[in-house]
Write a protein that binds this ligand. Structure first.
Ligand SMILES: CC(C)(COP(=O)(O)OP(=O)(O)OC[C@H]1O[C@@H](n2cnc3c(N)ncnc32)[C@H](O)[C@@H]1OP(=O)(O)O)[C@@H](O)C(=O)NCCC(=O)NCCS
Length: 169
């Protein structure tokens, strides 16, 4: 049985484990090894405890037989802060659970949440070379910007995707 539900403070450790595992599965060859290695379960756990306790930041988890196998997080844009624009901060599944519609289900939860809170349009950043760009296009995102960003001290090319009601241009 798979299901998507809202995250709770008690999910921090399980989400952190999935986060680190999914980073290690996703980013070799896409991000420098030194950047991948900065993510540890301990520091991700701290981050997720904070995020799960932050009002206006929504977290969803995907479960398979009561085990967390993926997660998504969204809220108002952080950088620069913008209370009218939404952002999908993260959406990750363990590789063993990809390609079965769970990403679409997590994304639907995020989309509903951001629209309900008036955080629409919303955007998402994807590192260059990540095949997830095809997923974002499939669920209605439009690439609007490519830029260099400092990610854990490395200069990395990333693509911005936006979801809005405007016709693609
Ligand atoms: C990106 C991710 C969340 C997508 O979740 P998923 O469960 O694999 O995707 P789904 O099975 O729900 O697929 C939804 C649609 O996107 C398409 N899609 C998903 N991944 C794709 C890919 N890599 N290439 C092409 N199309 C893809 C599917 O074909 C499907 O289309 P359809 O519904 O029309 O058949 C998941 O693959 C993942 O966690 N990847 C690693 C982490 C990551 O890179 N996250 C994004 C960080 S910015």
């Amino acid at each position: 049985m798979t299901a998507v539900r809202s995250g709770t403070p008690g999910d921090a450790t399980a989400i952190a484990r999935v986060h680190v595992a999914a980073w290690r599965e996703t980013y070799p060859g896409i991000m420098p090894e030194s950047v991948i290695a900065t993510k540890t379960v301990g520091d991700r756990e701290t981050q997720w405890r904070q995020w799960l306790a932050t009002p206006h930041l929504s977290v969803f988890v995907a479960e398979r037989d009561a085990d967390i196998v993926g997660f998504a997080a969204c809220g108002a844009r952080r950088d620069p802060p913008d209370v009218a624009l939404g952002e999908v901060f993260a959406i990750y599944l363990l590789r063993s659970h990809q390609g079965r519609g769970l990403g679409r289900a997590l994304f639907a939860a995020v989309d509903r949440d951001l629209k309900r809170r008036g955080l629409h349009p919303y955007l998402c950043w994807v590192v260059d070379g990540n095949p997830a760009t095809a997923f974002y296009e499939r669920v209605g995102g439009r690439r609007f910007l490519t830029q260099r960003a400092d990610i854990f001290g490395s200069s990395i090319v990333e693509h911005g995707y936006i979801w809005s009601d405007e016709a693609p241009g």
